[in-house]
Ligand binder design. Structure first.
Ligand SMILES: Cc1cc2nc3c(=O)[nH]c(=O)nc-3n(C[C@H](O)[C@H](O)[C@H](O)COP(=O)(O)O)c2cc1C
Length: 331
């Protein structure tokens, strides 16, 4: 049984890898992840705001930047509230690389990508095997058209792509008018991987306290469906490797993601909930299922349910939507 896969040019023993999460902060947990068979480990992000705060602090120190922080910075964690500062982050890459043999993917997370390039290069120097860029932003400006937002993401990816020689993936949100077009443009920029998707942390409203309540809820398998759709649409149509992030909790979830076209399947909530050892069970279940269903390799399974050969994916999607609505009979 050949479970191997290749993602971002990295040979993986199988497609199951860890997604960006705090699991990497403790070296013992990192070793447990490797022992459980994680094929690669993605670090949690270093945030653009940490990098710019450090740079602004240097400027203030040099008395070149009299203004100090704008009000907006008060929305963000204080420097000492981040898990790892920028230098500690680089040190953690070195420590993880020394502790485990599997590929380590570092993560940069920002809205504009300004100031990332130096850190991208430093992450490579610290030993990262690849970089994941998470361009998390909620577009709130009534004057800024979607094309500008997309251009920002492409510019950030281009800058980072040019700053390093290791592979670069971009972690996207699903909320674009034409995700396919954006994916195609990132592909044209030479981005090596697309991670589908970022998860938005949607705050609720406490109607008694009149307060905004942030939620960090772990995912469940229902979140996979959105990923399956877009993996299936993009599979075979971009050169970039595809990673599924969101809603993978069982071997069946991972199998669906691979059939839809994923080269790598990222796990976070399942591991935070059940512990790193969950990965070993998932890998075994994956192998068992493939034997039972007479698959010889992951490669044979990958993309088998994609829309890659469908002449008109948009018509396919709309056709199914219309058909489905017609099946509903009021009671
Ligand atoms: C506690 C926690 C911390 C996370 N930190 C990051 C992060 O630093 N950078 C990032 O790109 N994604 C981060 N994520 C998002 C995950 O990488 C992943 O995309 C998301 O949880 C969906 O995958 P899942 O369904 O397997 O949990 C975090 C998620 C959780 C639950």
């Amino acid at each position: 049984m050949d479970l191997s896969s290749t993602y971002l040019g990295l040979p993986l023993a199988h497609p199951l890898i860890t997604g960006a999460s705090p699991l990497v902060d403790d070296l013992d947990v990192v070793r447990r992840l490797e022992d459980a068979g994680a094929a690669a480990i993605t670090m949690h992000s270093l945030f653009e705001e940490q990098i710019t705060a450090e740079r602004d602090a240097t400027w203030r120190h040099l008395d070149l930047h009299a203004e100090g922080h704008a009000e907006a910075t008060t929305y963000f964690p204080r420097d000492d509230e981040y898990r790892l500062g920028p230098d500690q982050y680089l040190e953690q890459i070195r420590r993880i690389k020394a502790a485990v043999a599997v590929p380590v993917i570092a993560s940069l997370n920002g809205a504009t990508g300004r100031g990332w390039t130096d850190y991208a290069a430093a992450m490579q120097q610290a030993g990262a095997d690849a970089l994941e860029l998470n361009v998390y932003m909620v577009a709130t400006d009534l004057q800024v058209p979607g094309a500008d937002i997309e251009q920002r993401i492409i510019d950030a990816a281009r800058l980072v792509r040019a700053a390093v020689t290791i592979p670069v993936a971009v972690k996207l949100s699903p909320f674009f008018s034409s995700l396919s077009h954006l994916a195609g443009r990132l592909d044209d920029e030479g981005v090596n991987g697309l991670v589908l998707f970022n998860r938005f942390y949607q705050p609720d409203i406490d109607i008694e306290q009149l307060d905004v309540v942030p939620h960090l809820r772990l995912s469940d398998s229902s979140e996979l469906l959105l990923r399956l759709r877009w993996l299936a649409i993009l599979s075979g149509r971009v050169r970039a490797g595809l990673a599924c992030s969101g809603g993978v909790h069982t071997a069946a979830d991972a199998i669906k993601a691979i059939m839809a076209g994923a080269h790598a399947v990222q796990l976070v909530s399942a591991l935070l909930h059940d512990g790193p050892e969950r990965l070993a069970t998932l890998r075994l279940d994956l192998e068992r299922w493939m034997i039972e269903h007479e698959y010889a390799s992951v490669a044979q399974m990958r993309g088998s349910m994609s829309l890659g050969r469908c002449p008109d994916p948009a018509a396919f999607e709309r056709g199914n939507y219309v058909k489905l609505l017609q099946t509903w009979r009021p009671r």
